[in-house]
Design a protein around this ligand. Structure first.
Ligand code: ILE
Length: 122
């Protein structure tokens, strides 16, 4: 099975809760979901909760989250997000790249979920 984000809209405003509206495919099932949170990434994670539990997928603990750009990059640079995860005693990290820093974090999260889905199949 594979997880694929088909649509994703993140809305943020100053002094406003962020919201995420997503359409997601896990294997051959398509889910629509939304979430609110403390920042766009948090809202995305909240939106993931229902589709993941329906697919019997669990989320590891988020340990660290770093966003950076290449040296000398400017405001239009691509961002790279590296997320450190922990599951039981095991720690691992995934990365995502996107011109939008929240989507870089979302890409890193999707990569992690695909690793877990593929491990589950073995
Ligand atoms: N709360 C922020 C967000 O949702 C960060 C998430 C800290 C890693 O964008």
């Amino acid at each position: 099975a594979h997880i694929e984000l088909l649509n994703c809209s993140i809305t943020s405003g100053l002094d406003l809760e962020s919201s995420a509206n997503i359409r997601l495919r896990i294997g051959d099932k398509v889910f629509k979901s939304s979430g609110h949170g403390n920042g766009g990434f948090d809202a995305f994670m909240k939106a993931l909760a229902q589709p993941l539990s329906e697919s019997e997928l669990t989320m590891p603990e988020l340990i660290d989250y770093e966003v950076r750009i290449p040296p000398g990059g400017q405001a239009n640079a691509l961002t790279e997000c590296v997320i450190q995860w922990a599951d039981d005693a095991k720690q691992f990290h995934t990365r995502g790249v996107n011109s939008n820093q929240v989507f870089a974090g979302i890409q890193a999260t999707l990569r992690m979920l695909n690793v877990r889905l593929h491990q589950r199949q073995q």
